[in-house]
Design a protein around this ligand. Structure first.
Ligand SMILES: O=C(O)CCC(=O)C(=O)O
Ligand SMILES: [Fe+2]
Length: 255
């Protein structure tokens, strides 16, 4: 096992979260942010999103790439040393957040809106992400949902065979994945939590935001990379529009 980095020594919440992440592919930490601090970001995001439509991506939800530039509290989440320490330990190399995404989901009658789209893996290889809810979040208002230990097929051999599920794929329509999920029971984990709850996950596991049926959901997500993965031109193209052009994070060692 990778040794615990110095940023986690003495931080038992972070050390426990790393252990959960290594075992299950995700970890949940309530009260990572104070409720008041998390909830205070909602009106700030509303004002920003509604005043800067040209720098917000509208894909069902409203997505602000580079939200660290609109609030010091969001910048602090982006640069959180404990999260960088967990990321490094899990990934086996130094990791920095290139940007923080803030997103706002609102239930719209007759429309299936969810954060991040259909059930998917972000990619096939291990990838660390950290997400924090800024509003109380339950299933009906779009909770993040993940299939425990779904990086590899071994725990799911029977369900895969019984439903002919295309497990190695990276994205599925609901009707393709639902028979498989229906066989899994509590391996499919909807993550409900109060405003301020942190969710760490390996985005190569099968996951989705659940479709929002009522109310709203606000969240922040840090996008971590190793130094040699960051191609600023490609990232600018992929995550657009952004609040400001992305800049290379400060890594302690050259790639
Ligand atoms: O915000 C969510 O609930 C999930 C979004 C997602 O798919 C991701 O961050 O990779
Ligand atoms: Fe995703």
């Amino acid at each position: 096992m990778t040794p615990m980095p110095t940023t986690l020594a003495g931080n038992s919440r972070a050390a426990n979260a790393l252990a959960d992440l290594q075992r299950d592919g995700f970890a949940v930490v309530p009260n990572w942010l104070d409720r008041a601090e998390a909830e205070a970001l909602q009106p700030l995001l509303d004002t920003w999103i509604d005043g800067h439509g040209d720098r917000v991506q509208h894909k069902g939800d409203d997505r602000v790439f580079g939200a660290e530039h609109i609030s010091p509290a969001i910048a602090a989440f982006k640069h959180d040393a404990a999260l960088e320490g967990i990321a490094a330990a899990y990934m086996g190399s130094e990791q920095k957040a290139l940007f923080t995404l803030a997103n706002r989901l609102r239930a719209t009658p007759g429309k299936k809106t969810r954060s991040g789209g259909r059930w998917h893996r972000d990619r096939k290889g291990r990838q660390f992400k950290s997400l924090v809810y800024l509003t109380d979040c339950v299933r009906r208002n779009g909770a993040f949902c993940i299939v425990r230990r779904s990086a590899r097929p071994e725990p799911f051999t029977d369900a895969i065979a019984a439903t002919s599920f295309a497990f190695p794929d990276v994205r599925w329509d609901d009707d393709e994945i639902e028979p498989f999920l229906a066989r899994l029971g509590d391996e499919v984990v909807p993550i409900e939590g109060a405003a301020g709850t942190l969710v760490l996950f390996d985005s190569s596991l099968i996951h989705s935001g659940l479709p929002i049926r009522v109310g709203h959901r606000y969240a922040l997500t840090n996008y971590y990379y190793a130094a040699d993965e960051i191609d600023l031109a490609r990232m600018a193209d992929k995550f657009a529009p952004a609040v400001q052009p992305f800049e290379m994070p400060h890594f302690s060692r050259a790639a």
